[in-house]
Design a protein around this ligand. Sequence first.
Ligand SMILES: [Zn+2]
Length: 241
Amino acid sequence: MSKPAPRRALPQPRRANALRRPIAKGVSAALVTALASGLGVYGFSQATSASATAPTPVTLTPLVVAPTPVKAVTDGYALASAEVVARQDALETVRKEISAEAARLDSLGRFFFPAVGAIGSPFGMRFHPILHIWRLHDGVDIGADCNSPIWASLSGTVIEAQRGSSSGNYVKIDHGIVNGHKLVSAYLHMNKILVQKGDVVARGQQIGLVGSTGLSTSCHLHLAVYQDGKGTDPARFLTKG
Ligand SMILES: [Zn+2]
């Protein structure tokens, strides 16, 4: 009988396991820490342990959604539109004030100075520069540039707009009764007439261009005023305060 060979003792893994286990545990612990830290860094979760060395968790800031451009533009248009309306209202108010003031000045018979220039030859007897005789100068001469505007001194109705041999191109306006007197004004020597007989004109409305037509030596506006049918000094009305 032979005795069975004694079993050779198998190598015990205990030692190896004993060596590996702590390493495995260490790796695992390190991995957990790393994962926890990493996840914390990327903001997917809070670190589970508040260790002194753990990085400060960063929380992602939610994306702020800006107002849509369309709404911004719409709001802009609304603001601009409101401003335009406000300005139109303000202009309309000013227009009404000017209109009311023009009506008030009309009622006072206060003339709108009819051309840009100073009064040269006054109303009264004078030695006529062309005719070389003494006679009444029945108006005032306003030294104004050729083709500069001529404005109606008061509102009224155009009763004459034509060419005369000595008056040249002229316009006559009936202002009706002003301060108890019938007033008519006339504008002579125009280069061009811009209104017609029958037209209703406003105080300050342009009625022609300065010229030197008719009995005239140079461009100027001869303004005549008839009160109750009689020629009177226009300066009275031009300077009326
Ligand atoms: Zn004159």
